[in-house]
Design a binder for this molecule. Structure first.
Ligand code: HOZ
Length: 418
């Protein structure tokens, strides 16, 4: 494989864009080498500027559940383009998308569309504070809820990849409104509520973590969060930006049978365009302006292109529920071929091979992975045309566009590596 054009583009990019990338997770800092510049995608495949082809297990970090350029999304976008790209005024399709989301995720009685997962979590926390009149938010170490100031405490994703424990630029007073606890620790939750029962507005959690690599909840952990928050008058926020419409049509909350007070969505609900959403109990959402006193706004929120792509995606998934069974089977097949010396974590179509010989259940155990071996593995797969997230602390995503042959080829490459 040659990467001449990508190398040239990366040099150019570094002159004008910090680190040459528009989001740190795209840099190959933790795996070495430079990122290939992607020119196009089709189904499960992407092609870089030098014409190298890869089977894509990043899928734009989660949104592309149906792969690149799925005909239903392209057709919806073409139709939407005929009417206009943005109005900053209400449109019928926004109402349809809101209805579709609320039907699929019954805990979301009302929903507000925004432009990204970050916006969704930022607003959800604000609404929780407005509703409860309390200030503190509990999050879990290694979970990542976008680059919201107060949630960048012990965050996963790019922060974990780059080894930045707490970012600069966040005033201490903001960070002090967050309590970060070990994921899957019942004891830590009970202790936090014993110490701050009347101050905690919300617990925010990725019900299946994707941002320290894939880490599913321990049995009973989500139930404990539900019961504890309820008992103390705090809200439970499920950050389903990654898991929403991916693990099941109704998200992780459908899978685990938990009804959070608020939910944040992103990624899949935009069909590859920038969208986010937050919503939940109507009595809570009625606090949002213009109905209530909690302000949140956005010029491009409910943008016609993004909403059309999202609607097409959700319509397709509603009409093809078999997608989820197929993704589960593909996930099982890949997980069964983990290289020796790795621990596999998987939930449906999200998976991570941790280069660790102990179970990975939280951020501390994720951090015990052998980063050097992971980097070698990543490079070897890339050389064979398999594009995995360039970090030990990210989940890989399988799409409906990965064929049985694609999965077989990937499984063979995983198996052969040592
Ligand atoms: N949640 C995404 C992956 N962890 C973030 C992608 C990004 O930061 O660009």
């Amino acid at each position: 494989m040659t990467h001449t054009k990508s190398e040239q583009l990366f040099s150019r990019a570094q002159r004008r864009i910090p680190g040459g990338v528009n989001s740190p997770v795209r840099a190959f800092r933790s795996v070495g080498g430079n990122p290939p510049f992607i020119e196009r995608g089709d189904g499960a495949r992407i092609v870089d500027a030098d014409g190298n082809q890869y089977l894509d297990y990043v899928g734009s970090w989660g949104p592309l559940l149906l792969g690149h350029r799925h005909p239903c999304i392209i057709a919806a976008l073409e139709r939407a383009l005929e009417s206009g790209t943005s109005f900053g005024a209400p449109t019928e399709r926004e109402v349809e998308l809101a209805e579709r989301i609320c039907e699929a995720v019954p805990s979301m009685e009302m929903v507000r569309l925004v432009n990204s997962g970050t916006e969704a979590t930022m607003a959800a926390i604000r609404v929780a504070r407005g509703f409860t009149g309390r200030s503190l938010a509990v999050k879990f170490e290694g979970c990542y809820h976008g680059h919201v100031d107060s949630l960048l405490v012990k965050a996963g994703s790019g922060m974990a990849t780059l080894g930045i424990p707490d970012t600069q630029g966040v005033p201490k007073a903001f960070a002090d409104t967050t309590i970060a606890l070990p994921f899957n620790s019942a004891e830590a939750i009970e202790q936090a509520f014993r110490a701050h029962a009347d101050e905690i507005a919300a617990v925010i959690v990725e019900p299946v973590v994707g941002n320290m690599g894939c880490v599913p909840p321990a049995p009973g952990f989500l139930t404990l969060l539900r019961e504890t928050t309820e008992r103390h008058g705090a809200l439970l926020i499920f950050d389903e930006v990654m898991t929403g419409f991916r693990l099941a049509y109704g998200g992780a909350q459908q899978l685990f049978g938990i009804r959070p007070d608020l939910t944040t969505l992103g990624k899949v609900i935009g069909g590859g365009l920038p969208v986010g959403a937050y919503g939940g109990r109507a009595d809570i959402m009625k606090k949002v302006a213009p109905l209530g006193p909690v302000y949140q706004a956005g010029t491009l929120s409910g943008n016609p292109l993004a909403v059309s792509a999202g609607l097409a995606m959700l319509d397709y998934l509603r009409e093809h529920p078999e997608v989820y069974g197929e993704l589960e089977r593909k996930g099982m097949r890949l997980a069964a071929t983990a290289p020796p010396g790795t621990t596999v974590n998987r939930a449906g179509s999200m998976f991570t091979f941790f280069f660790a010989d102990q179970p990975v259940t939280d951020y501390e155990s994720a951090k015990r992975s052998d980063a050097t071996r992971f980097a070698r593995f990543h490079r070897a797969m890339l050389d064979q045309g398999i594009y995995l997230p360039p970090s030990q602390f990210e989940a890989a995503f399988i799409s409906a566009a990965h064929s049985e042959e694609d999965i077989a080829r990937t499984a063979a490459a995983f198996k052969a590596w040592s």
